[in-house]
Design a binder for this molecule. Structure first.
Ligand SMILES: [Fe+2]
Length: 228
C-alpha cells in the first residue's frame, strides 16, 4: 500500500501521510542516479518525470520560482550572514546540511508585513507565516541532499535565500535542484537571490558540495493556514 486512507493524497490535506512519503522517497531515490538527477532522456529520467508530474498537481506553487526579493538589500544580507555565522556552532545535522533556528534578525524579517506582502504578490497566494526561519549550512565535503519530498507537517512553501557561496578550489558549484514533469532544473542562485517552491509536492535536493565549498542559506517557511 502506497497510501493510507481512502484518498490518494492521504488524510493530511493534499499531501502524503508520513508513511506514504517515506515509501515514495525510497522509490524516488532508487530511480534516481545515486540521489541526483539522472541523465535527461534515460529511462530513469522519464520515470522520475512521471512521478514528479503526479505530485505537481498538489503543489501550491505552480512551479519553482527564482527571484530577487526586494527586501533582500545589501544591508539585510550583511546582517543575516553575520547572524548566521554567529549561530554556526549551534547548528545540528539536517538532511545533508547543518541547520539552526533563525535569530532575532531572521525572525524579524520572517514576521515582517513587507515579506508577507511580497510573497502574496509573488505567488498570488494567501499564505500565513509560521513564525519560523532557519539558517542552513552546506559547508562540509559531501554535504548535499538526495532527491526527496519534504514532510507534509512542515511548511508548504519554502523560501531559500542565498546569503553566501564560497566556491571550491575547482570552481565547482553545488546547486539546489528540483524535478518536474519536464525534468530536472538546477537553481544556481547568486547571493541575494531566492528560490520558492512547495517542498511536500516538489521532488528536490542539492548536488554534492565540493572540498572548500561553503553555502549559507536563509530558509523561511510558510503554510496556507494559521499556525495552531
Ligand atoms: Fe527538503
Amino acid at each position: 500500500m502506497l497510501y493510507t486512507g481512502t484518498h490518494s493524497h492521504s488524510e493530511i490535506g493534499r499531501y502524503l501521510t508520513e508513511s506514504g512519503r517515506q515509501e515514495w522517497n525510497e522509490l524516488i531515490l532508487g530511480i534516481s542516479e545515486d540521489g541526483r538527477p539522472p541523465i535527461p532522456g534515460t529511462p530513469r529520467d522519464l520515470l522520475l518525470r512521471m512521478i514528479a508530474a503526479r505530485f505537481e498537481s498538489s503543489s501550491v506553487v505552480k512551479a519553482p520560482v527564482e527571484c530577487k526579493p526586494p527586501w533582500m538589500t545589501e544591508r539585510a544580507g550583511t546582517l543575516l550572514l553575520e547572524e548566521a555565522r554567529q549561530s554556526r556552532t549551534r547548528a545540528v545535522r539536517g538532511l545533508g546540511n547543518w541547520k539552526v533556528q533563525g535569530g532575532r534578525i531572521a525572525q524579524a524579517i520572517c514576521l515582517s508585513p513587507t515579506l508577507h506582502e511580497w510573497v502574496q504578490r509573488e505567488l498570488a497566494l494567501d499564505l500565513q507565516p509560521k513564525a519560523h526561519s532557519a539558517y542552513l549550512f552546506n559547508d562540509s565535503e559531501g554535504d548535499g541532499s538526495e532527491i526527496h519530498l519534504d514532510k507534509a507537517e512542515g511548511f508548504e512553501v519554502n523560501i531559500l535565500v542565498k546569503l553566501e557561496h564560497i566556491l571550491s578550489d575547482t570552481g565547482a558549484r553545488s546547486t539546489t535542484f528540483t524535478y518536474s514533469g519536464k525534468g530536472a532544473a538546477f537553481h544556481d542562485l547568486e547571493v541575494g537571490e531566492a528560490l520558492i517552491f512547495c517542498g511536500p509536492a516538489t521532488l528536490h535536493g542539492r548536488t554534492e558540495v565540493r572540498p572548500g565549498e561553503r553555502i549559507t542559506l536563509l530558509s523561511i517557511g510558510f503554510c496556507q493556514s494559521p499556525p495552531e
